[in-house]
Design a protein around this ligand. Structure first.
Ligand SMILES: Cc1ncc(C[n+]2csc(CCOP(=O)(O)OP(=O)(O)O)c2C)c(N)n1
Ligand SMILES: [Mg+2]
Length: 328
């Protein structure tokens, strides 16, 4: 992991504030999601990304609505950072008709086409070929467009990862593969899966440009992704960015976490992406801790408004799934 000084030179005060606000919105949302899940207000599995907010913020805040993101099972942060409305996201997780998929998708099938969020995915690695297909289709249809796909270190162990990198390289599609390497696939450390420590090392055989960076340094994520995004917008690619990070909660809400000593490790506080950005910003005179508290308070207020919106939204009409079913 790098030092506080990393990457911040790529930011200015307003970008840094935007990143701060985005990370607080994700954290406040997920901290509220946990009790909602435990009280059965939220349905299906809940995978929190607390600790990993720097990756979602550093990447998604740079994308336009017509630039596409494919996410995985740990999707809330990607969705919020890509512009999905917080109330509609929560309503979706609560199975309410005001949700972005009318409450029929739930946490691993959140989609919001209007913000280029083409969705969460429950099949580990299943989103990787979607991204390449989407970028290839964009080229065939003459509309181009950058596609970003988030995946974990566990997904890199699936055979489809190699197949996807191969085709992405062969077709030279403007896809950015963003790996959130948190060192675990469910309850299994990476060292139990492979001798290849760095996911970025898997890109070279396919001639895909790759880099490993500190995913807990949002400024570094922003800086490196900015360069890659410029290339992809010019039609070049693919690229693989491996962001080293840490999930600070269990694999899912309810995971007892006994397999993982790091959960008790207080050292993460020094690497917390939010606090790191605050220190970098304070050193440059952009904002201080008080401004961070204000951003946190605003985020928590927004979350309560989302809870009120989602709770007031009715469950979908039971006839809706039949109406939406296509039978040829
Ligand atoms: C094809 C497939 N195999 C297995 C699973 C079960 N599963 C759910 S999450 C997960 C681990 C994923 O690890 P990683 O890609 O590193 O993401 P992380 O959970 O660490 O964010 C597994 C194996 C699944 N959902 N899909
Ligand atoms: Mg992982």
């Amino acid at each position: 992991m790098g030092t506080d000084a990393d990457g911040a030179g790529a930011l200015d005060a307003s970008i840094a504030r935007r990143l701060l606000v985005t990370m607080w919105r994700i954290r406040a949302f997920e901290e509220r999601l946990e009790p909602l899940k435990r009280s059965s207000m939220v349905h299906g599995l809940t995978h929190l990304s607390i600790g990993q907010e720097g990756v979602a913020a550093g990447v998604c805040t740079q994308l336009a609505d017509d630039e596409t993101v494919y996410s995985n099972h740990r999707a809330d942060g990607h969705a919020l950072a890509k512009g999905v409305d917080m109330g509609r996201l929560l309503a979706e997780l609560m199975g309410r008709s005001g949700g972005c998929c009318r409450g029929l998708g739930g946490s691993m099938h959140v989609v919001d086409v209007s913000h280029g969020f083409l969705g969460a995915t429950g099949v580990v690695g299943g989103n990787l070929p979607f991204a390449v297909g989407s970028a290839f289709a964009g080229r065939l249809l003459g509309r181009g467009g950058v596609v970003v796909v988030f995946f974990g270190d566990g997904a890199a162990q699936a055979g489809i990862f190699a197949e996807t990198l191969n085709l992405a390289s062969l077709w030279e599609v403007p896809v950015v593969f963003v790996c959130e390497n948190n060192g675990f696939a469910e309850f299994t450390p990476r060292s139990a899966h492979t001798r290849v420590e760095r996911v970025s090392d898997l890109a070279a055989p396919f001639h895909v440009a790759a880099a490993t960076l500190d995913g807990n340094d949002v400024a570094e994520v922003y800086r490196v992704f900015q360069g890659v995004l410029g290339e992809a917008r010019a039609g070049r690619g693919p690229f693989l960015l491996e962001c080293l990070t840490e999930r600070l909660s269990g694999h899912y809400v309810g995971d007892p976490g006994g397999y993982r000593a790091a959960l008790e490790d207080e050292a993460w506080r020094a690497r917390d992406p939010i606090q790191r950005l605050v220190r970098q910003a304070a050193a440059r005179g952009w904002f201080d801790e008080e401004a961070s508290h204000a951003a946190e308070a605003a985020a928590r207020e927004e979350v309560e408004a989302a809870v009120a919106f989602a709770s007031a939204s009715p469950f979908p009409d039971p006839a809706l799934p039949a109406e939406l079913t296509y039978a040829g």
